[in-house]
Design a protein around this ligand. Sequence first.
Ligand code: IVH
Length: 675
Amino acid sequence: MDAAKRIQELQEQLQYHIYRYHVLDDPVISDDAYDALYRELQELEAAHPDLVSPDSPTQRIGGQIRAEFTAVQHPRPMLSLSNAFNPEELRAWRDRFLRLLPAEQPEPAYVVEPKIDGLTVVLHYVDGSFTLGATRGDGIRGEDITPNLRTVKALPLGIPVTGGAQAPARIVVRGEAYMPIDAFEDFNRQQAAAGKRTYANPRNTAAGSLRVLDTAITASRPLKLFCYQVIELEGGPELASQWQALDYLRELGFPVSNHNRRFVDFDELVTYCVEWEDVRETLNFEADGLVIKIDDFATQERLGAVGNAPRWATAYKYPAPEAVTRLNRIVVNVGRTGTLNPAAELEPVRIGGVTVSNATLHNADYVAERDIREGDMVVVKRAGEVIPQVLGPVLELRPEGTQPWHMPERCPSCGEPVQRPEGEVAYYCVNSACPAQLVRSVEHFVSRGAMDIEGFGIRQAELFVELGLLHDVADIYYLQQDQLLPLEGFAEKKVDNLLAAIQASKERGPTRLLAALGLQGVGITVSRALVDHYGSLSALAAASRADLEQIPGIGPKLAESVVDWFAREPNRRILQKLEEAGVRTEAEAVEPAGPQPLEGLTFVITGTLPAMSRDQAKAYIEAHGGKVTGSVSGNTDYLVAGERAGSKLTKAEKLGVAVIDEAALRRLVSSEQDG
Ligand code: IVH
């Protein structure tokens, strides 16, 4: 048999077995048999690199590293949901929409689905190939995480996965990527053992695993997927209802929850919702509730949306689960601004399927008001997003000999006396040289929403501060290779990557930089308003309180916080050091939207291009108004082909599609711009 044929056969077989294993949880061959097929494919592909397609199961291991995420416009707004917290609110939701329907219309049927607590993903397929996957973002635009999603085994790279259905010309599907609870706990244990950061809950872990530039990281994380909505469909069957849509998704090979139910009787639906609270405790994924949707699409359409929540659906939310455990010790953590935050070290306990061993105690008043003591049995609550919190002691279970707790008189990090400003709840360490504060400031500075320095987290912050390599956040930009190489666990490649990430962060721009500096009350939104107004941090530094208060959204308190910060000598020094290191502190002039020379043209990219990665080429084409799809068809205007172009080139030639190289693509953009 020729290699091409065998490769295709192996790809199809492996795809099927991946589907059996990861989507149906019902494998039909042993791991050994699977491995043998996989190795055979790997060897054949190694011998015939031109026959490796991006959809091959061997390409799910990641390894591609990108410089940044590009933005993707969703075909329609990704709506969110209203909530109901009890049966009465659920009935009120139904009463609200029934009033809007014609009296003669019978009550619609409903579909009830688990509300999976993961990361929303929007998946695009063209002619059966997975071409684009994006996060939800702000609902209008998300981030392109296609290469990351390719590593998620439950996500079909080609549909239909097995015979039966026909591939639609185009389908956009919404789903939720998540990490199973057991996998999350294993993963966290491994992270802790390796001295790496641990995560608060499966949701954050899933989100963190998908939003990384190094796709090998995503590939190493045990992520799964459920799909629940057809956003767009072209060249497929007429779908009249959600229930049909779910069936269709399943038929194409998408993972669809088998907890989905259809109801015609609303009372039965309510009973199901109430009783499902116990079921969710037993699941291996986190669900914070159920989603109730009107089944038929005609009624959905008639009802429409209020704001960004459809009237035809709502979420039935369960209260956060609680448990009782022993509070072993109260520790005090020092925050970024010097606040002293008491926290509980707990005897590990399972709450809603997740093991919890730390919880917040908020502040000293909170502890005093509830008389929470070391050694107490306490009620702990865990709500999906937030840090678990101690609600209070169970007094009947209080052991003998416990003592009321008091805030220590000295900072646990630097030993300086603590202070409590008049009228404030918080105690502070006011020593601006306190190392714990600096660690927190650095941690915030490098974090994802701020300067986003990959490979730099709390561990590195702690280490570098302890070693005296960092005295303020600006010192990050003065770290040298020869300072880091001698450190344990800092091999050359790791140091190079870290320094490159630090270098790259210099271009994040003043909005992110200002938010990263962590002025009281100045998050990314305020920061944007300030930078939009002043254009640079030096102009902002010169602003007076009165100036600042003129800006919409900036009140007297914020204005004072900004002026105070820039007035302080150490902060001015930080700013100067940042500028001297080449960190960008000025906004770029906004360029008017350019002409769109590729408007109306559809491209397919194949092979290795000389100067751009395929992602970059795609972004380039889209930035100039063109469309990029995954496979060559009669609708393709140009195939952009690089080295080792394979079957797509053959197909393009057969269909008479114009084949161009990267240089020609660039010419297309510039010549059309001239003309
Ligand atoms: S439907 C208009 N169905 O819950 C339809 N959402 O705000 C809106 N979610 O983050 C979404 N499971 O991604 C729907 N079975 C399900 C869901 C679900 C989880 C998420 C969704 C969004 C949030 C709703």
